[in-house]
Design a binder for this molecule. Structure first.
Ligand code: SAH
Ligand code: SF4
Length: 354
């Protein structure tokens, strides 16, 4: 079975013609898939029954997802879903809304997608890393996460404005399916989201960063650094292996040179682990002078026993970076009370719903 939500527009044109139908049917099919809410083939009444039948006979399907759990933060700004696919795959996806209006009075609505079930990278502070690696998600399951929220937002007269690859899993460890999803979500004949509204976050797989730089895409890149030196970084990211902090900074420079897009370094601040003033000064030293932007994420406590630092430690860390001429912001906290750190909901729910 091949899900229509993994078929790129050019491939759809060829498919429709191959099945003996005029090419313009492909446009109708794509509009129905991305602008209506078909849950099964028979919902595609925009195309003739003979084409629907031909698609089914050729092994095509629409693999829809079910929402098995929803949690909404008290302020209503963060919604976290657990989605279950036809093949029982269970994944988390999150919507973060910011009241500051972005375009024509619409709130900024950022969807945070998962690219894997679990994650092979094993970061010690991350709930997804601690559940181990189960499997890669196919492109259609990444696309479906966005479409699911698009439907919810549509009912309120709103729409998806931004997309971040910061849910479960390491996007660059599932490169081909991740890129296929990005192409589907940004293609003007498919979902049509602006490339510049997308951020791909990576733990730092250097060959993947270089490959992404050469894709001719305008997506933003974030590298999860978490430490200014290899010794500390390897304690937090045990699979950092051969990729040193210095190599990551060089890779970020290459990405900037090739794409013209500055890379953000994410830094999960963990109490008494990587939040001292000494570490902040070292970080300022290694990042100084390359136009880097650091986004501090006071950590969401997970099962690992790690804690978030007190607010004043976070601000002191930020000040040291700024004094060292390094651009630095503190992530607006979203959904802490609904366990919005990646992997947490699935970990909490998996026993209850299975
Ligand atoms: N695998 C990719 C993308 C998914 S994680 C990556 O690591 O970048 C997205 C971001 O959430 C990363 O910056 C990661 O370090 C951060 N993160 C993971 N667990 C966290 C936690 N418990 N608290 C705060 N940030 C966390
Ligand atoms: Fe994987 Fe990212 Fe979690 Fe590390 S932080 S385990 S790379 S999802």
């Amino acid at each position: 079975m091949i899900d229509l939500y993994r078929v790129l527009p050019e491939e759809m044109d060829d498919l429709v013609v191959k099945l003996g139908h005029p090419r313009y049917r492909s446009g109708q099919l794509l509009r129905a898939l991305y602008h209506e809410s078909p849950r099964k083939m028979s919902d595609l009444h925009q195309i003739p029954a003979s084409l629907r039948d031909a698609l089914v006979t050729a092994g095509y399907t629409i693999g829809s997802e079910d929402e098995v759990h929803r949690v909404v933060s008290k302020d209503g700004h963060t919604t976290k879903l657990l989605l279950k696919f036809y093949d029982k795959t269970l994944i988390e996806t999150v919507l973060m809304q910011y009241s500051k209006s972005q375009d024509r009075g619409h709130p900024r609505s950022t969807v945070c997608v998962s690219t894997q079930v679990g994650c092979p990278m094993g970061c010690v502070f991350c709930a997804t890393g601690q559940m181990g690696f189960e499997k890669n998600l196919q492109a259609e399951k990444i696309v479906s996460q966005v479409l699911h929220f698009a439907r919810i937002l549509h009912q309120r007269g709103e729409h998806v404005t931004n997309l971040v690859f910061m849910g479960m899993g390491e996007p660059l460890a599932n490169y081909d399916e991740m890129i296929r999803a990005v192409r589907l979500l940004t293609h003007p004949r498919a979902f049509g989201l602006g490339q510049r509204s997308i951020t791909i976050s990576t733990v730092g797989i250097i060959p993947g960063i270089d490959r992404l730089a050469n894709e001719d895409l305008q997506v933003k890149l974030a590298i999860s650094l978490h430490a200014p030196n290899d010794e500390l970084r390897k304690k937090l990211v045990p699979t950092a292996g051969p990729h040193s902090v210095g190599d990551l900074i060089m890779a970020a420079k290459r990405y900037f040179k090739k794409t013209g897009r500055r890379v953000t370094f994410e830094y999960a601040l963990i109490d008494d682990i990587n939040d001292s003033t000494k570490v902040a000064s070292e970080l300022a030293r290694v990042l100084k002078g390359n136009g880097a932007h650091v986004n501090l994420i006071p950590m969401n406590p997970t099962a690992g026993g790690f804690q978030r630092p007190a607010r004043k430690k976070v601000l002191a860390f930020q000040q040291i970076l700024r004094n060292g001429d390094v651009n630095c912001t503190v992530r607006v906290e979203k959904g802490v009370e609904i366990s919005a750190a990646c992997g947490q909901l699935r970990t909490d729910m998996i026993e209850k719903i299975n």
